[in-house]
Design a protein around this ligand. Structure first.
Ligand SMILES: [Zn+2]
Length: 235
């Protein structure tokens, strides 16, 4: 059998194997499995994020608690000073009142912030618990799907291997240079080989220049379509 005929038959077997490989990748079971796996990963990340956020919140609560204690001490000190050295002028009394108000105001806003954070932390923890439930449900489904898919996948891979073996068998006597060319073209054009059809490229249906046709008929070299880059064979 001539090289180009072998190449043509090899291409058919190679395309069949590729088609099956694509089908395997697009299998609904596989996609569903992947979707669930992505979901599980996403939930895991979400839990991690929530844990970090809650951790930061709890740190902030500690800081606020210390700040409140400090300001309460200052307030007490101010009150002591006030009872020991009562203000002697209106100005002094106003300054005392101003300092006291400021401390009380600060303490109140810290307390409000603390309450807000505790509420947020509680919300986060609840959310986290919901995620754990959701996670467990999807995980069970995922494990089941995985077992089912493993069966399916094993069978599919077996027929893919058969198809690849057939292609390999058909390609084994093809000139290595020709094969390399085929593989190079295949990277950007599939199928990489086209027949000559009425003076046109059988891949993209562009008419070939007469000089190209002459070369092709003379069989001097392998011709590539100037339009799509396919290898054209005179079959
Ligand atoms: Zn073409």
């Amino acid at each position: 059998m001539e090289q180009i005929e072998m190449l043509w038959e090899f291409q058919q077997a190679d395309m069949e194997a590729d088609t099956l490989e694509t089908e395997i990748k697009r299998s609904p079971t596989r996609l569903a499995l992947k979707k669930n796996r992505d979901f599980l990963l996403e939930q895991q990340n979400l839990v991690k994020q929530i844990e970090e956020q809650v951790g930061e919140m709890l740190d902030r609560v500690d800081v606020i608690r210390d700040a409140i204690v400090l300001q309460q001490d200052q307030l007490k000190a101010l009150e002591t000073r006030l009872s020991e050295n009562p203000p002697e002028s209106l100005e002094e009394a106003r300054a005392f009142a101003h300092d006291t108000q400021k401390l009380i105001g600060d303490i109140q806003s810290y307390e409000q912030e603390m309450k807000r954070i505790q509420q947020d932390a509680a919300d986060h923890e609840r959310e986290q618990k919901e995620i754990v439930v959701r996670f467990a449900r999807v995980k069970t489904e995922y494990e089941k799907q995985k077992i089912d898919y493993e069966e399916e996948y094993k069978e599919q891979m077996k027929s893919l291997e058969d198809k690849r073996r057939i292609a390999q068998e058909k390609g084994k006597d093809i000139d290595p240079q020709l094969m390399e060319r085929y593989l190079t073209i295949k990277k950007h054009c599939v199928p990489p080989v086209a027949k000559l059809v009425n003076g046109q490229c059988g891949g993209c249906y562009m008419s070939l220049p007469s000089v190209t046709l002459r070369n092709l008929k003379a069989g001097t070299k392998v011709i590539e379509c100037e339009s799509c880059g396919r290898m054209i064979i005179p079959l």
